[in-house]
Design a protein around this ligand. Structure first.
Ligand code: NAD
Ligand code: UDP
Length: 312
C-alpha cells in the first residue's frame, strides 16, 4: 500500500492525538498542525519516535502550504470555556481555517474532512437529530462563535465542492470523551471525573435533566477514517455519535459509583443557550460507512478514569 501524506489540523488536541496515532499505525505519513491553544505536545509525545510523524506550530486562520493527499480539519477549541475565551478568534479559526484548508485542498487536489459538530443543531426541536434537520441556533449568543463558525465552515465546504469540485467530507461529531482530554478542559465528562477523583463537589449546571449522548473517542476515530475512505461523490454531512442518551445527573452518579467517590453533587446556574437534549440519528453512518459505536458509556468511563488517575 502506498503511504499517504495526511495533514491533521488540531493534531495535538484530544481527538486529533488519537487520530494521528491511528493514521500512523496504518502506515501513513502524518503532519500535525496546531497552535497549542487547547492542545498539548504531551498528547503526541509518544508518537515523536516515529520518523513519519511531524509537528508544526501554526495557526489555521493563516494560510499554510504543503504537498498533501488528505486533510482532517480539527483545529478549533471545543469546550465552551475555551471557545468563549476569545470568541472572535474562535470564529476566525472555524471560518478562516476552513477557507485556508479548502484552498490548500483545491491547490494540491487533496481530500478534506471537516470536523463539524452536533452544535449545528443548536437547542434542537427535532429529536433525535437527523442530518436533514437545519437546527435551532441563536446567531448572537455566547455559543454562537462556535455554533455559527462551524455552520459557516459547513457552508464553505459545500460551496468549494459545488464551485471548485474539491473533494470534501463533513462529519457532525456528538459529545466525545476519552483519554487525552485536558483536566482543565471544562467539558462535563472531564470535569466530573476530575472532581470525583479529588472528592470535590460535582458541579451540575442547571437541574441536571438536560441530556447528552456520549461517544468514546475510539469509536469516533473509526468513523472518521471510514468517512474519509468513502467514494468521492459522498460528502455527508454524517452524524457520528453514540445513541445512548443520559441526563447530567445520571452521568454524575455513574462516575461517582465507578470511582467510589465521596463527592457531593451541587447545582450551579445553567449557562445561556445550553441545549436541553441531544442524541444522534445514525442511520446514515450505518448505511454509508457500515459504522456504529461499540464502546458503551460505563466501559469508556472506566478507561477514561484510569487515564485521569495517572495524570492528576
Ligand atoms: P481540543 O480543544 O482538545 O482540540 C482542538 C485542537 O485544535 C487543540 O489542539 C488546539 O490547540 C487546536 N487549535 C485551536 N485553535 C487553533 C488554531 N487557530 N490553529 C491551529 N490549531 C488550533 O478539542 P477536541 O475535542 O479534540 O475537538 C477537535 C475537533 O472536533 C474540534 O474541531 C471540535 O469542534 C470537534 N468536535 C469535538 C467534539 C467533542 O465532543 N470532543 C464534538 C463535536 C465536534
Ligand atoms: N455541564 C455540567 N457541569 C460541568 C460542565 C458541563 O453540568 O461542570 C453541563 C453543561 O451545562 C451541558 C452538559 O453538561 O448541559 C454538556 O456540557 P459540555 O460543555 O461537555 O458539552 P456541550 O454543552 O457543548 O454539549
Amino acid at each position: 500500500m502506498q503511504k499517504k501524506k495526511i495533514l491533521v489540523t488540531g493534531g495535538a488536541g484530544f481527538i486529533g492525538s488519537h487520530l494521528c496515532e491511528r493514521l500512523l499505525k496504518e502506515g501513513n505519513e502524518v503532519i500535525s498542525l496546531d497552535n497549542y491553544f487547547t492542545g498539548s505536545k504531551d498528547n503526541v509525545i509518544h508518537l515523536l519516535d516515529n520518523p513519519y510523524f511531524e509537528l508544526i506550530r501554526h495557526d489555521v486562520s493563516n494560510p499554510f502550504f504543503i504537498e498533501i493527499d488528505e486533510i482532517y480539519n480539527l483545529a478549533c477549541p471545543a469546550s465552551p470555556i475555551h471557545y468563549q475565551h476569545d470568541a472572535i478568534q474562535t470564529v476566525k479559526t472555524s471560518v478562516m481555517g476552513a477557507i485556508n484548508m479548502l484552498g490548500l485542498a483545491k491547490r494540491v487536489n487533496a481530500k478534506v474532512l471537516q470536523a463539524s459538530t452536533s452544535e449545528v443543531y443548536g437547542d434542537p426541536f427535532v429529536h433525535p437529530q437527523v442530518e436533514s434537520y437545519w437546527g435551532n441556533v441563536n446567531p448572537i449568543g455566547i455559543r454562537s462563535c462556535y455554533d455559527e463558525g462551524k455552520r459557516c465552515a459547513e457552508t464553505l465546504f459545500m460551496d468549494y465542492h459545488r464551485q471548485n469540485k474539491v473533494k470534501i467530507k463533513i462529519i457532525r461529531i456528538f459529545n466525545t470523551y476519552g483519554p487525552n482530554m485536558n483536566p482543565n478542559d471544562g467539558r462535563v465528562v472531564s470535569n466530573f471525573i476530575v472532581q470525583a477523583l479529588k472528592n470535590e463537589n460535582i458541579t451540575i449546571f442547571g437541574d441536571g435533566t438536560q441530556t447528552r449522548s456520549f461517544q468514546y473517542v475510539d469509536d469516533l476515530v473509526e468513523g472518521m477514517v471510514r468517512m474519509m475512505a468513502t467514494d468521492d461523490s459522498f460528502t455527508g454531512p454524517v452524524n457520528i455519535g453514540n445513541v445512548h442518551e443520559f441526563t447530567m445527573l445520571e452521568l454524575a452518579n455513574q462516575i461517582i459509583d465507578i470511582i467510589g467517590s465521596k463527592s457531593k453533587i451541587v447545582f450551579n446556574p445553567l449557562p445561556s443557550d445550553d441545549p436541553k437534549q441531544r442524541k444522534p440519528n445514525i442511520n446514515l453512518a450505518k448505511e454509508k460507512l457500515g459504522w456504529e459505536p461499540k464502546v458503551q458509556l460505563r466501559e469508556g468511563l472506566v478507561k477514561t478514569i484510569q487515564y485521569f488517575e495517572k495524570i492528576i
